[in-house]
Design a protein around this ligand. Structure first.
Ligand code: DC
Length: 225
């Protein structure tokens, strides 16, 4: 999967931002509203993480990780993700997979191995992709680039509420610490660090509902579309 695919011509809306900024929810709703495909790029890094945990491949063994990830067949089916034909949609959402995904995502060879697959999903009528480097690396020619952010305290509080609503136990301070350390790793890595792409619309959602953010993205797309 090291082949760099042509970037295609279908329009792309790139939505980047830190963990728990609501980009996944917003991106899926924007895609639905426009009838576009949706790429959850974090799910690919999480699947690579699950593969590395299951195979006992160390998170810093670049050669072994590249060979592992290059040998995976990753496919989206609706909102499910299949790894070598197996549904790993739940397995990728564990805390362990989240932490490992941030580690494997900082390995350049892993990012390169996942690039072709991401670009191949750019098909008509269009694609909404969310992640950390949609607008900077994967789709630098995206028609619209959005950087969706919120303060760490607000993001932690939102995640806390989600977990409590699911009946899971959650500790607000622990969540805040985890978010801050993951943000720090995603921002400070040498390759494709989390950053607003040049020309990106920065939306701070601290005081906005999901519907309001979706409306702002759709309005921005109408302006450039
Ligand atoms: O969005 P998420 O929490 O599912 O992403 C999981 C990890 O993958 C996150 O720590 C950063 C990394 N990631 C990345 O480096 N580049 C992307 N385009 C998407 C996710």
């Amino acid at each position: 999967m090291n082949i760099v695919a042509p970037t295609g011509s279908a329009p792309v809306i790139a939505i980047d931002g830190p963990s728990a900024s609501g980009k996944g929810t917003v991106a899926a709703k924007v895609a639905h509203a426009l009838g576009f495909h949706y790429l959850d790029s974090g799910a690919l890094y999480r699947a690579a993480a699950v593969a590395s945990i299951e195979s006992g491949t160390a998170a810093d063994d670049e050669a072994a990780l590249v060979s592992l990830v290059s040998g995976l067949t990753l496919r989206f089916e609706g909102d499910r993700i299949l790894m070598n034909g197996r549904d790993v949609s739940d397995a990728i959402r564990t805390e362990e997979a989240g932490v490992r995904s941030s580690q494997v995502a900082s390995v350049p060879g892993v990012r390169a191995a996942l690039l072709g697959l991401q670009r191949s999903l750019r098909t008509a009528p269009g694609l909404v992709g969310d992640g950390r480097d949609m607008g900077t690396v994967v789709f630098p020619d995206a028609r619209l680039k959005v950087y969706l952010t919120a303060s760490a305290a607000v993001r932690a509080a939102r995640r806390h509420k989600q977990l409590i609503e699911k009946g899971l136990s959650a500790n607000l301070e622990g969540l805040l610490r985890d978010l801050e350390s993951r943000d720090e790793r995603d921002r400070s890595r040498a390759v494709a660090p989390l950053a607003a792409a040049p020309g990106a619309r920065v939306i701070d959602s601290d005081h906005l509902s999901v519907a309001e953010v979706v409306d702002q993205v759709l309005a921005a797309y109408r302006e450039v579309g």
